[in-house]
Design a protein around this ligand. Sequence first.
Ligand SMILES: Nc1ncnc2c1ncn2[C@@H]1O[C@H](COP(=O)(O)OP(=O)(O)O)[C@@H](O)[C@H]1O
Ligand SMILES: [Mg+2]
Length: 279
Amino acid sequence: MATLRRKKVVPREIVSPFCRGGIFLFSEVNMVRIENVSKTFVQTDRENLHALVDVSLEIEKNSIFGIIGMSGAGKSTLLRALVGLEKVDCGRIYVDGVEITSLRGAELRNYLKNVGVVFQGYNLLYQRNAERNIAFPLEISCWDKKRIKARVEYLLEVTGLKGKEKAYPAQLSGGQKQRVAIARALALNPKLLLLDEITSALDPKTTKQILKLLLEIKDTFEVTMILITHEIGVVASVCDEVAVLDYGRVVERGRAKEVLENPRSEITRMLLGKGGLDA
Ligand SMILES: Nc1ncnc2c1ncn2[C@@H]1O[C@H](COP(=O)(O)OP(=O)(O)O)[C@@H](O)[C@H]1O
Ligand SMILES: [Mg+2]
């Protein structure tokens, strides 16, 4: 018989046994600085789950930074922390010099205007066509109609969606839906674009096209991209730098080419074995 159990309350300071202090030095070249971030999920019926363990990373402005790891490594938890959806137990995250881990309410909403997010599942509004999906964040930000029209036209052009503006998500292929999601994420000209497994549901050919689009975006916009994936080929194709996460820990990081050519951790070798470098 199922029994209802009260949630166990665990004092915040003892949740993550990995919390400790750190010294912060901000550098102009970095868009993101993650400093000693830990996050533990308290589980009443089994051992606590350490999703992020003392994670520290610096991410250069206008680069594509890959975060790779197996399923459950903590990648999406880190992404959620970057958009304030996950409160970390300790540590700090700075974006463009601003500490975002303590932002709340209007300050958090203001920060989020500078952040675009794209997920594997597109998260499109299915009752809106492509152009109205892309227009959505602009409408919410009260742009006037003329400006919205011009911006949407530009984004349709950049993301290769010309001719598909009136199509509804149900009439678009996976790759086209992901293009709409990317265009929408770029609408407000974000400084930071977070991409969580955006090619994982796509076939290899479409994946290549989407990765090519990311490189074009890198050349066209002033935007720093964090690309979360479990596919090593994706990292090899577009990332400048990479961090390998395993059970919440950064086990390896560096220039993508160097890490992939000379992997030092067991998990990187395993990911290389699984994915190859030809994606
Ligand atoms: N809200 C939550 N409550 C409990 N455990 C969670 C929660 N969110 C994530 N987890 C666990 O934390 C670990 C990391 O999850 P996640 O960040 O989603 O991994 P990834 O994106 O790398 O696959 C997983 O073991 C997952 O089950
Ligand atoms: Mg995930």
